[in-house]
Write a protein that binds this ligand. Structure first.
Ligand SMILES: [Zn+2]
Length: 377
């Protein structure tokens, strides 16, 4: 879903990142706020004042979104869910989970934590705004406060719509899940509602553009609608995949004829005979079937080009990590979640220090496709 991610800071152990697409959103919001929103509600300020109101308003909005996602993350961690961190992107923010919640209760509390935090924040800001009015704070400050309490209520309200994967859709799913005890059915209903709501937004967006109610706003609505439709369909597919693979150990679909690299060859040979020929990111370095380590282009880049002939792979190989190795009895769902978390689509299967095979995302998906065709009605 994301392009290049830039880490901003860490908050109680959660990393907060921005996706490059977020800068488009930031610019659009600052522009809309300072060019039309604030000037139409608060007349008579200078252009510079409006610009500052726009910038502080946008910063306040992003802080509010981070706060909202942070509260989701706190509850998720309380229920032992591994979190990938908080990412701001073109449609707002997301607290990325590496796994699904274990029970309807965990899902419900995790989902509701976001909107509740936004309502609490909005009410606090509303209170501050009232205090500011009494204390005769400067008009632009009051203007920004007014915008921020209002937008936080709006954020809570929008997120509570029962359209999966929005928070309200997750709340709905948790209730359906609790009622029937069937997560698949609950996800199906919730994601169908999400998909329908996405379509509604797309139609509203197109109407906005056609009827002349605003081009940017209309396109924006339609894009959000497309995003929600896509996200709800993806979440359902992911769940089906997890369910289908549940209980399968990865040795069922690992390949045992792995291309390995001998520690005695030179970097030059590795690059020309392996990297350029086989187009794989990482190779296992083995002595017989004993796994010595892993070699990737990143390690080679650190050696100057003119030394490639003289240095052997054995000289620079690094031990493989938990990010690219698994044991043969690992559950397939766990393997998928490692791939998802680390971005590695190939994992070495290692048993007591010996390389026994390799499992790739492509093979897992093929197996999954076959199994779903045969078993899921
Ligand atoms: Zn939320």
């Amino acid at each position: 879903m994301f392009g290049k991610r830039i880490p901003l800071f860490k908050l109680f152990g959660f990393s907060v990142n921005v996706d490059v697409s977020w800068f488009i959103l930031a610019a659009l919001i600052i522009w809309t706020l300072s060019d039309s929103f604030f000037p139409s509600y608060f007349e008579g300020f200078s252009k510079v004042a409006y610009l500052w109101m726009g910038i502080t308003g946008a910063l306040g909005l992003f802080a509010s979104i981070i706060f909202h996602e942070f509260c989701h993350s706190l509850v998720a961690r309380r229920y032992g869910l591994p979190m990938k961190g908080i990412t701001l992107f073109i449609f707002g923010g997301v607290a990325e989970m590496a796994d699904e919640p274990e029970s309807p209760k965990a899902e419900f509390l995790m989902a509701i934590a976001g909107p509740i935090s936004s309502v609490v924040l909005a009410t606090g800001l509303l209170f501050l705004h009232v205090v500011g009015k009494r204390a005769v704070w400067s008009e632009p400050v009051k203007g920004v406060l007014w915008y921020l309490w209002f937008i936080n209520y709006l954020l809570a309200g929008f997120n509570l719509l029962p359209a999966f994967p929005l928070d309200g859709g997750r709340v709905l799913r948790s209730i359906l899940w609790a009622v029937r005890g069937d997560l698949r059915w609950a996800t199906k209903i919730a994601s169908q509602l999400g998909s329908g709501f996405g379509l509604f937004l797309i139609i509203m967006g197109i109407l906005c553009v056609v009827m002349g109610y605003g081009f940017v706003g209309g396109v924006w609505l339609a894009l959000i609608g497309m995003f929600i439709r896509n996200a709800s369909a993806m979440s359902y597919k992911q769940l089906l995949a997890r369910r289908t693979l549940d209980g399968d150990e990865i040795d069922r679909f690992m390949k045992t004829d792995v291309v390995t690299v001998s520690p005695s060859i030179s970097i030059e040979e590795l690059v020309s005979d392996y990297f350029y020929r086989l187009h794989l990111g990482t190779f296992p370095v083995c002595d017989g079937d004993l796994l010595l380590g892993c070699i990737s282009p990143e390690q080679i880049k650190q050696v100057p080009r003119e030394q490639w002939d003289d240095i052997t792979i054995g000289d620079i190989v690094k031990p493989c990590s938990a990010e690219n190795t698994i044991s043969p009895d690992t559950d397939a769902v766990k393997a998928l979640s490692i791939m998802n978390r680390t971005g590695n689509s190939r994992l070495m299967v290692v048993d007591a220090g010996r390389l026994v095979g390799v499992v790739t995302l492509k093979d897992m998906l093929k197996f999954l496709d076959l199994k779903m065709n045969l078993e899921v009605k």
